[in-house]
Design a protein around this ligand. Structure first.
Ligand SMILES: *[C@@H]1O[C@H](CO)[C@@H](O)[C@H](O)[C@H]1NC(C)=O
Ligand SMILES: CC(=O)N[C@H]1CO[C@H](CO)[C@@H](O)[C@@H]1O
Length: 328
């Protein structure tokens, strides 16, 4: 009916969200990734709306993201680092005085973890968006229905010249900034315990981490130090206690040489970090915990290392399969 149509139109207008900040750089360089780049000056970070080309051809800072032409499906991805309601994308070709490079059609996909992607469909198949007809004019493609997600990808399907794109995305924030950690970074909001730990504090902290993350941690003793103190290790793995066939094992040991106090503190922070990031769903930490078996030994001493350990089982076969170990 007419009134229904009117409502839909009104709805569509009020649903449109502002630019998330590709052009303004509110989206930072490390929030933008792409499947490939033609060369350095044409990396994903150059794929911002209205990005200008460098003065010379082959400039290190050139006028678009351009992908390799290798028959792979290419994409450019933006991590908004928060839950975002996406309502559209604005595409543009490459800023260049000699090339006529622009994307003429594309798909759009969404994800909450950058691993599993949901393609935008028109109800029965992946929806083709019609992009640019020249290299300069920005073209707005609205999503008929907004999508809530953290990540967005544009997958070019057809293009004129080379596969080059500049992009802006329309989206409304649905959660505070940095409610998610970045995929690869440690952020300063980590509520970690920064202080020097005595032996007793260290034991207590390991107990707390074990209680916070019981499914992925296990503490065990490697034997006694010359001073009669137990040497504890924390294992972090998706199946603590099990040596899984083909899964690499990694050991960090502190307190052997150099700055013993610093090494110990770093390992205590690392175990807290791994536990909390795992619980918060940080994809990088999750894959570390799932695909490796990590052993952290925040306190050890040379004598114990030379003599081996009575009840820890290192080298006895039970712990077999070390691929790497590092002294901190
Ligand atoms: C992302 O998560 C939200 C809930 O937090 C959900 O509504 C949305 O459908 C998810 N998006 C995708 C693409 O999976
Ligand atoms: C390779 C190709 O199709 N190039 C065309 C790109 O678009 C310009 C017009 O904008 C044409 O002149 C080119 O032939």
């Amino acid at each position: 009916s007419i009134s229904a149509l009117g409502l839909t139109r009104l709805g569509a207008v009020s649903l449109e969200c502002p630019p998330i900040g590709m052009e303004s750089h509110r989206i930072e360089d490390n929030q933008i990734r792409a499947s490939s780049m033609l060369r350095h000056g044409l990396g994903a970070q150059r794929g911002r709306l209205n990005m200008q080309a460098g003065a010379t051809e082959d400039d290190y800072f050139d006028g678009a993201w351009c992908a390799e032409d290798d028959a792979q499906r290419q994409w450019i991805e933006i991590d908004t680092r928060r839950t975002t309601k996406f309502t559209g994308v604005i595409t543009q070709g490459r800023d260049s005085s000699i090339h006529d490079d622009f994307v003429t059609s594309f798909f759009v996909g969404f994800s909450n973890d950058s691993q599993t992607w949901t393609m935008y469909t028109n109800g029965y198949e992946e929806m083709t968006f019609h992009g640019n007809v020249d290299k300069d004019t920005p073209v707005l493609s609205e999503l008929p229905e907004p999508v809530v997600a953290r990540f967005i990808r544009v997958y070019p399907l057809t293009w004129n010249g080379s596969l080059c794109l500049r992009l802006e995305v329309l989206g409304c924030p649905m959660s505070p900034v940095h409610s998610y950690y970045t995929q690869n970074e440690v952020v300063t909001t980590d509520n970690l315990d920064f202080r020097h730990h005595s032996y007793k504090d260290m034991r207590q902290l390991m107990k707390v981490v074990n209680e916070e993350c019981p499914t992925i941690t296990r503490t065990y003793s490697l034997g006694k130090s010359s001073r009669g103190l137990k040497i504890y290790a924390m294992e972090i793995s998706d199946n603590p206690g099990d040596h899984e066939l083909g899964e690499p094992e990694f050991r960090y040991t502190a307190g052997i040489h150099g700055n013993e106090v610093l090494g110990r503190e770093l390992l205590l922070l690392l175990m807290q970090y791994l536990c909390r990031e795992y619980r918060d769903g940080n994809p990088r930490v999750r894959s570390l915990v799932q695909d490796t078996r990590i052993h952290l030994v925040p306190f050890a001493e040379p004598r114990w290392l030379r003599g081996g350990s009575a009840d820890g089982g290192w080298g006895s076969g039970r712990m077999g399969g070390w691929t790497l170990g590092w002294w901190v």
